[in-house]
Design a protein around this ligand. Structure first.
Ligand SMILES: Cc1cc2nc3c(=O)[nH]c(=O)nc-3n(C[C@H](O)[C@H](O)[C@H](O)COP(=O)(O)OP(=O)(O)OC[C@H]3O[C@@H](n4cnc5c(N)ncnc54)[C@H](O)[C@@H]3O)c2cc1C
Length: 370
């Protein structure tokens, strides 16, 4: 009997999961990928789009998906976990197993002042792109939030539109996640590019446009379905990525919060969405084969920040994401960052061609001992 697996969300985690499932199940599974857009969005390049460096970064699914994955374009409105049905606006899909990979959205999408735009997903980023393009020479832009995305957006704007005054509000410091030294390096590079960095809201001048980059919240689908979520709306899953009480619902990517030691060091990011997607597929495959699923064991290797097209910072990190002393800067760092962005698509397409080929780094050593 063929079992039906529905993967909801065709981003980094969902495409990885769908490809691995289709490729490794040797016909035992029918794999359906549900996504609300007909094309894959490279979210990690949305700051480039917002600043005007490139068109909306989309990739046809035909270039990424295993031929055994059936794509259904439509927005899922509810998961009926008890009835094992995914409800879309105009149809329903039954499932034996569901992989929840609906990702995240920019916080500005639901919170904050109406005149502020954000760039967390495709449509808001396209609005930001249009607003930036409409700014006359000499206009001032404020980027609010100086994590990875804020740093990358401010640098990209400054490089692409040298005629604009670019301000960055870094209330908690620049690039804290890069560690104290990495953050200082990032701030110095931004200042050299001509970005004015503010640490205090009161020093801000009047600006013509504000772009928010203050973090992500989980997609709303899990909460809308009455499934257990954390404060950021992320689906709560155990260390084996299964939802307690609904073992046939498995989660991956930004939209899930992995509870317990397996997830304590994890943060949202494409760097984790790929391993989580692959592990979610392995968990489903184990259940189908009647084997106990393994606990997630995934760690970080690098943090990569672009500073426009010709500069960047590559920070080596420990598996728990804490900074090591080694970092790369300048053009070589920009080249590595570009390679890392491209490698995400290579990993997805590679998993379609060679099922099971995607590998990832192990998590912190204490994890293995617990
Ligand atoms: C500007 C920017 C730069 C970034 N740079 C980096 C970086 O350098 N490194 C890094 O690690 N991370 C980076 N990130 C974060 C990274 O993009 C996310 O962590 C990653 O996209 C998460 O992958 P995902 O598969 O979980 O979710 P997503 O990529 O968001 O995919 C989720 C998919 O589900 C779809 N979907 C959502 N709800 C529904 C629904 N109800 N029905 C149907 N479909 C639905 C969405 O349209 C989307 O296609 C960046 C993000 C941004 C915005």
């Amino acid at each position: 009997m063929t079992l039906q697996v529905v993967v909801v969300g065709g981003g980094y985690a969902g495409v990885m999961a769908a490809n691995r499932l289709a490729g490794r199940s040797t016909g035992a599974l029918e794999v359906v990928l549900v996504n609300d857009r007909p094309e894959f969005v490279e979210r990690i390049r949305l700051h480039e789009h917002a600043a005007g460096t490139r068109a909306l970064p989309t990739v046809p699914y035909a270039r990424l998906l295993h031929p055994g994955v059936r794509l259904e374009v439509g927005r899922a409105v509810r998961i009926d976990a008890d009835g094992r049905r995914l409800v879309l606006a105009d149809r329903e899909l039954g499932f034996d197993h569901l992989v929840y990979a609906a990702g995240s959205v920019g916080r500005g999408a639901t919170q904050g002042a109406a005149e502020e735009l954000e760039i967390g997903t495709a449509e808001p980023a396209a609005r930001a792109h249009a607003a930036v393009a409409a700014l006359p020479p000499g206009a001032a832009v404020l980027v609010r939030g100086a994590g990875h995305t804020g740093i990358e957006l401010a640098a990209e704007l400054r490089q692409r539109r040298a005629d604009l005054a670019v301000h960055l509000l870094a209330r908690d410091g620049v690039g804290r996640v890069l560690g104290p030294r990495g953050g200082q390096v990032a701030e110095a590079r931004l200042r050299r590019l001509g970005v004015t960095v503010h640490h205090d809201e009161r020093t801000l001048p009047p600006v013509d446009l504000t772009l928010r980059t203050v973090g992500f919240t989980g997609a709303t689908l899990a909460a809308d379905s009455g499934l257990p979520v954390d404060d950021a709306g992320r689906l709560l899953v155990g260390g084996d990525l299964r939802v307690p009480g609904y073992p046939y619902v498995v989660g991956a990517g930004d939209g899930v919060h992995v509870t317990g030691p397996a997830g304590a060091h994890l943060r949202m990011g494409c760097a984790m969405a790929l391993p989580l997607g692959a592990h979610a597929a392995d968990v489903v495959l184990a259940m189908v084969a009647g084997r106990p699923p393994q606990r997630l064991d995934a760690g970080f290797v690098l943090q990569c920040v672009s500073l426009g097209r010709g500069d960047g910072i590559i920070q080596l990190v420990r598996p728990d994401d804490s900074a090591r002393s080694v970092r790369l800067r300048g053009r070589p760092a920009a080249a590595v960052k570009e390679l890392v962005c491209r490698s995400t698509l290579w990993s997805l397409a590679g998993e379609a061609r060679r099922p099971g080929s995607f590998r990832w780094a192990a998590g912190p050593r204490e994890l293995a001992r617990r």
